[in-house]
Design a protein around this ligand. Structure first.
Ligand SMILES: *Cc1c(COP(=O)(O)O)cnc(C)c1O
Length: 373
């Protein structure tokens, strides 16, 4: 057992992807960006493919090339392209790329010519998120330029896509508006001659709740890792959280009543008590604002971090319970042994579980369980 580690259950990821595929009964692009949401890019990509993912999605080209270099041959898409990116390398590695603007299309055509291959592109429409994608005023021009390039065989358009602003609030009126705006964008593209494109719109939340967004393919990320984007119990959707964060108590000691605990004495003992020192801190991604609110499972009970979270460590008040150095501390996990979940943590520190799982790491080691290898 390691001092402090992240345990990733690859069988859970495979199961979740299988479950999502059954739910939508159509192609699925599993999103493995940001080191597979902190779960580890390569093993998770393989687990997603073993679960039936048809395609992998990443944000940046480097992530796609890392997968290719490791021998992952599955269809793959990267969408966050900036000036000076390694477009020719991506084209040579058969990575499909998203295009938001005509300048990017031109760069991509040039990169394809340098690489000696026609890049596969997904045109992204901004249907109301105001993040990536072409706004309606620019869409017709982008579509026309792409159709011309396709006729000249300098690009191969394969997809039309967009992203939702409010999918985690399934009744929000912006969802219908975005679906409508996307249909208009698709109509314009089809009239310009871009037919047979794979149309995709749904992230995890929409995959779980809004079938009209599923179209030709869904793009779940967080749900593949077993977390509910709507903040509820993932088991309701048949999903199993894949990540457990655990550490071993480094030291236990008795202190008298009135002892100030950790920097700034934000916790003061009100009786003689036992304090357990846990050897992970904000350098590992434990939020500093978990001070006096972060939940852990230790010595058979739920307890709360006491005093400030430090860079390398935090303290838990264990009262008179027989906790010893070396005992296991579960920070978050699936919740099946009484431990807090990443959602419990998100509620306690006022963020989303996405941020917690992607940030956890630092000096912790990662260990995989399950998986076919
Ligand atoms: C991250 C991302 C997704 C996946 O989102 P989840 O909420 O994790 O399912 C899908 N599409 C795009 C464009 C993304 O950036």
């Amino acid at each position: 057992m390691a001092r402090a580690e992240i345990v990733v259950d690859l069988d859970a990821i495979q199961h979740n992807v299988q479950r999502l595929k059954q739910h939508v009964a159509r192609p699925l692009m599993a999103i493995v960006k940001a080191d597979a949401y902190g779960h580890g890019l390569l093993p998770c990509a393989r687990a997603c493919l073993a679960g039936g993912a048809d395609m992998l999605g990443v944000a940046i080209i480097d992530e796609a090339l890392t997968l290719r270099q490791a021998g992952v041959a599955a269809p793959m898409m990267a969408w966050l392209i900036g000036p000076g990116d390694r477009l020719a390398d991506a084209v040579l590695a058969d990575v499909e790329l998203s295009v938001n603007a005509t300048w990017a299309l031109e760069e991509l055509i040039a990169a394809g010519q340098a690489a000696g291959a026609a890049p596969r592109v997904h045109l992204k429409a901004d249907t109301g998120l105001s993040r990536a994608g072409a706004v309606p005023a620019d869409w017709a021009r982008l579509v026309a330029a792409t159709a011309r390039a396709a006729a000249a065989r300098t690009v191969r358009p394969v997809g039309l896509w967009s992203h939702l602003a409010y999918a985690d609030a399934p009744d929000h009126p912006t969802i219908d508006r975005q679906i409508g705006a996307f249909k208009e964008a698709v109509d314009i593209a089809e009239r310009a001659g871009l037919r047979g494109m794979t149309k995709h719109l749904a992230n995890s939340a929409a995959t779980l709740t809004r079938p009209e967004t599923w179209l030709d393919m869904v793009r779940p990320g967080i749900a593949c890792y077993g977390l509910d984007p709507l903040g509820g119990d993932p088991a309701v959707h048949g999903l199993r959280p894949a990540m457990t964060v655990r550490a071993e108590v480094a030291l236990v000691k008795r202190v008298p009543a009135g002892s100030g605990v950790s920097y700034g004495h934000e916790y003061v003992t009100d009786r003689e008590t036992g304090l357990a020192l846990v050897p992970i801190g904000y350098a590992e991604g434990i939020p500093r604002n978990a001070t006096n609110v972060g939940p852990v499972w230790l010595g058979g009970a739920r307890r709360t971090i006491r005093g400030r979270v430090c860079m390398d460590q935090f303290v838990v008040d264990v009262g008179d319970d027989p906790v010893r150095a070396g005992d296991e501390v579960l920070v978050w996990g699936p919740g099946t042994q009484g431990e807090p979940t990443a959602q419990d943590w998100a509620d306690a520190v006022d963020t989303i579980h996405y941020e917690l799982v992607t940030r956890i790491g630092g000096r912790m080691t990662r260990r995989y369980v399950g998986g076919s290898g």
